[in-house]
Write a protein that binds this ligand. Sequence first.
Ligand code: ADP
Length: 341
Amino acid sequence: MTRHINNHSNDDAKHSDLSPQEQQGEVVLHQSLRPNSFESYIGQDELIANLKVFVRAAKKRKQALDHVLLAGPPGLGKTTLAHVLAEEAKATLHTTSGPAIDHKGVLASLLTSLNEGDVLFIDEIHRLSAVVEENLYPAMEDFRFDLFVGDGPYAKAVTMNLPRFTLIGATTRVGMLTGPLYNRFGFHAQIHYYNDHDMIAIVKRSAQILKLEIEDEGVQEIARRSRGTPRISNRLLNRVRDFADVDNEGLVSKTIAAKALDRLGIDHVGLDLLDRRYLTILAEQFQGGPVGVETMVAALSEDRGTIEDVVEPFLLQQGFIARTARGRVALDKTLLHLGLK
Ligand code: ADP
């Protein structure tokens, strides 16, 4: 069972410039495609193997799972994995996010509504305020929460005992977590970009659920251009479907997929307009760097979070850029890709 706590906007549509209706459509799309078991969760093999042992051991000891921290760029399956873990542990999942817990009272009401063995998922946990975070420590460690009742000189501290619960935190910025919070998680998981093999399996699975007629080469084309990110492949699959419906009686062939993706501004290695603008500015305007992130953000007039969480991690992983002590530098691959070499 899943309960959404507070009016935390579901993150499935985040990092997109969609209208509210389109965003709602995206949320429904991603929820319908979300794996709900270890079996249906594709890729991240080593991590999944470890998590299977972790869940089995907790079940054997009849204990709640230890607290888990999931780190990795957006859209790689952190929320999905929280759902899977709760499902596999047969626990009720409560979901919220760091910014939604905007004061201690919200945290108190969240924690006191939990039952023994429940899972509390906090997305963007690096965005908790310092006060809320400090109050989370005793809850995580000793399953207690300290409240002050009354005002001024009559205020008195009351300690509430909490049921043993599991906190699953997700973050795109593990480096922004404070040491004390990081250390209170018993299991640290890094989620990586998916390789081509796994992306193909993800696109195939999603196409099957959406009952789409798609050729293998169409699958490969979408998988290859999805930045190793399931959220992107699901979104692209949906867009490509529109083109196939209009131009090809619903059949997604390689040609239709390639045409649709070209029209959406996604190039043959999966870079989108923002990625290419980043590389062009770095390579041409700044002669390949080094350039500090502040300067890049200003030159692109983009949100810093998008640059640091979405754009750069993929460009770094793919070897387009490198990070040095003096800033970002463009590597040969960038010059070749932009036709500057
Ligand atoms: P995050 O929380 O890391 O931003 P999500 O868990 O919301 O990412 O994943 C986005 C979408 O991608 C999900 O709705 C799901 O359909 C799909 N997805 C994520 N991980 C996987 C996976 N391992 N296998 C298949 N689909 C996945």
